[in-house]
Design a protein around this ligand. Structure first.
Ligand code: NAG
Ligand code: NAG
Ligand code: NAG
Ligand code: NAG
Length: 231
């Protein structure tokens, strides 16, 4: 009723419409089975009115259908979607007085991949370009076991220095090590969030790949390589 009244007034030109700016992170990664936060903030030149409303829509990855509304908030009340995919999984965590229109989605599944759009209206601020977040649901998985190659470098004054190449899938790092210290040489950047590190203890080289899930280590003794070196 109130919304209808406001729109009628707007159409009759009583209030000039002004623009509202909405912001979301362009991309969000969430592990499957966990809760994902869809952050949305906005700027409005007007005082937040009781007619303010928020809408969130979802468009599945690669879909050419129209976006579906998964959440609506107006007149101080959250309305959840009855869409089977999102039913009971959307929660309002925003606060319009703080210019926050965020929601969270529990039990993320791979089918939740796609584009989420946040739309905020705060009459008479109603001209809005919805902001989009590309959400990727990624698998909780351990990093690959690293491969390690050790070659004898130089040996001087009783040092056995080796060059180490530690690699995991498409990323690698090169190090120079003696029996107890390693210095990093070249390293490639990882897109998958895997880190590589090489250490040495008591003549054993340890090559590790790790991500937030797990660490995998491959250890190689340098004893045989260093045999030729007079220590
Ligand atoms: C995440 O997805 C993998 C692969 O489908 C599955 O094995 C695993 O159980 C899922 N984890 C959760 C917490 O849903
Ligand atoms: C969701 O996105 C992830 C990361 O890009 C991808 O690995 C996965 O295959 C996608 N799943 C679907 C159902 O599109
Ligand atoms: C280290 O190993 C990787 C994978 O085998 C290779 O692509 C890369 O060129 C090597 N780097 C150096 C400096 O040898
Ligand atoms: C390699 O050997 C030299 C001595 O020739 C030593 O000073 C240096 O610390 C060693 N480098 C590394 C990375 O351990």
């Amino acid at each position: 009723m109130f919304v209808l009244l406001v729109s009628t007034l707007l159409i009759s030109g009583t209030f000039p419409a002004t623009a509202i700016d909405v912001f979301t992170p362009p991309e969000v990664m969430v592990e499957n089975g966990t809760t994902g936060v869809l952050k949305c903030t906005f700027k409005s030149r007007e005082v937040i009115s009781s007619g303010a409303s928020v809408s969130w829509t979802f468009l599945a990855e690669g879909s050419d259908a129209s976006p579906v509304t998964i959440f609506h908030y107006s007149a101080g009340w959250p309305y959840r979607s009855s869409t089977p995919q999102f039913k009971e999984r959307v929660e309002w965590i925003g606060d319009l007085n703080e210019k926050d229109a965020s929601i969270k989605l529990t039990k993320m599944q791979f089918s939740d991949n796609g584009t989420y759009a946040c739309d905020v209206k705060n009459p008479p601020d109603i001209e809005v370009m919805p902001a989009h977040t590309q959400l990727r649901v990624v698998m909780k998985e351990a990093p690959p076991i690293p491969q390690v190659r050790v070659e004898l470098l130089s040996s001087a004054a009783g040092f056995c220095n080796v060059s180490v190449n530690c690699s995991a899938n498409d990323i690698w790092a090169s190090y120079t090590c003696d029996h107890a210290h390693c210095t990093q040489g070249e390293i490639t950047t990882s897109l998958s969030g895997v880190n590589i590190i090489v250490t040495a203890t008591n003549g054993i080289i340890h090559c590790s790949s790790s991500n937030r899930v797990d660490t995998k280590t491959q250890s190689v003794p340098t004893k045989d390589l260093c045999k030729s070196v007079c220590l």
